[in-house]
Structures are given as C-alpha cells and as structure tokens.
Design a protein around this ligand. Structure first.
Ligand SMILES: [Zn+2]
Length: 74
C-alpha cells in the first residue's frame, strides 16, 4: 500500500488554462487534466510546469535512512 503510493508520486505539477471558463487549474502528469470549475477535459493551454516537491516527505525519508545507517554501522 505504502509502496504503491510512492510509485505514483507525480514528478511535475502542471498548470493549465481552461478555454471554456478561462480559469487556471493545476494537475499532475499522472492524471488526465480536467478543469475543476467546468469539468471540461480538453481545450487547455499549458501555462506552467514545475517540479512537484514534497519537502516534508523528503525530510522524513532522509531522516529514516540516516537512522538505519546508524543502526548498521553501530
Ligand atoms: Zn473550465
């Protein structure tokens, strides 16, 4: 369950502009873009693509591997 969650971590956060309602919304590369406001599934312009960062998760992982390392080297 946990493994599956990690495998589906998105790499990018995508911002689209919907041509139907002219509002922008964000999605990831893992999901088919769909406008949050009008439900439209096409007619978008990709406005921005940025790295999907989960700082908290990264910090937790680093701390976990650090702890494990200490255990093995002790
Ligand atoms: Zn829309």
């Amino acid at each position: 369950m946990r493994q599956q969650f990690f495998k589906r971590q998105p790499k990018y956060l995508l911002t689209y502009l919907c041509h139907q309602c002219e509002l922008d919304f964000t999605s990831t590369e893992l999901t088919q873009p769909e406008c949050f406001y009008c439900g439209s599934q096409n007619g978008f312009t990709l406005l921005n693509k940025e790295k999907f960062i989960r700082d908290n998760l990264k910090v937790a992982e680093e701390r976990m591997s650090f702890n494990l390392k200490n255990v093995y080297e002790a």
